[in-house]
Design a protein around this ligand. Sequence first.
Ligand SMILES: *Cc1c(COP(=O)(O)O)cnc(C)c1O
Length: 402
Amino acid sequence: MTLSQGRSYLAIPGPSVMPEAVLRAMHRTAPNIYDGELVEMTHGLIPDLKRVARTQGHVAIYICNGHGTWEAALANTVSPGDAVLVPATGRFGHGWAEMAKAMGIEARIIDFGRSSSVDPAQVEAALRADTEGRIKAVLATHVDTSTSILNDIPAIRAAIDAAGHPALLMADCVASLGCDVFEMDAWGVDVTITASQKGLMVPPGLGFVFFSDKAAAQRAGMDRVSPYWDWTARAAPQLYYQYFGGTAPTHHLYGLRVALDMIHEEGIEAVWTRHQRLAKAIWAACDVWSEGGALSLNVSNPAQRSCAVTSLRLADRRGADLRQWTEQTAGVLLGIGLGMSDEDDPNGEGYFRFGHMGHVNAHMVLGLLGVVEAGMAALQVPHGRGGTAAAATLLGAETMSR
Ligand SMILES: *Cc1c(COP(=O)(O)O)cnc(C)c1O
């Protein structure tokens, strides 16, 4: 028996749910790409993108996904033979390091495992040990979407400063921008990367690289930068096509325009608060369920948890069973576990994730939790009763206290 007819819900950590208004804006004929409305609209996107990243710096837009922005950030600032320091807290940190290695860059990885955030003291020590000054950038992942660990970017900045090291600080905010609190300029971040399909609520296909004057100066000192990834003309185009190194991603831009309007109409601080409150409701439900012993949150310290994605585990291999149940019986797709176990680990099928980024509200989260609770009951997974009710109580109380 299935109850999945009706609107399905993609509760995965990207691509995220697209607002109807974004979809409507994209459903139109192809525009004039030479002058007029599209060109004017594109100019207006730039300041509104910078407002989301909280920077007065520069931004380059690429037709790419998050992986493309990893490559773009490195291509503009680090030459083959130079080194980067990568404090990794999950699959995405390692992924950026692998990208660097494939570009001929030495990646010095500090592996913090899968359940705890970056220890800034170890970053400082690694930078102090770099007496030859080979490290050109520290590649920090703000939220590692595989483990759902939130890293303390200001603390990493402080570690770089304490070591007196000139390396750029880069932050991967693909999962966090427009979800978790992030302040590029106030936190001293030199390069911020993100993509369209998570907190920004637009389909996959646009990548964004924000950069500081210091990063621009490092770019200016490079011997050579591959032309498609070069951010110089994209961030300061003389001609319209230079924004995109070719034809504009016309329909994505219409979608992005509406998404940015939605973010700024709500207010970025309110967007952060919404994500925090919804995340706390999810954690409250998980705390109750975990009393049954079968379910566990990956990150035990709430201060180190992302408000956009939650990585979980069910004992044995029940995570995969639960994902199948919620999709087939209730129309809710949960995220797969990613990078949480070694390939030959039989418990790997226990991991799964909730995505709660972007266009997500209280009824979606309560629906998600109710479905998960129903699924655990149906599958006879031992769990503490009343998790969804605990989440509902918390959300209700929080709106009373404003
Ligand atoms: C999703 C994600 C990426 C990769 O983005 P793609 O669009 O899949 O290439 C990189 N870093 C983080 C933190 C992400 O969440």
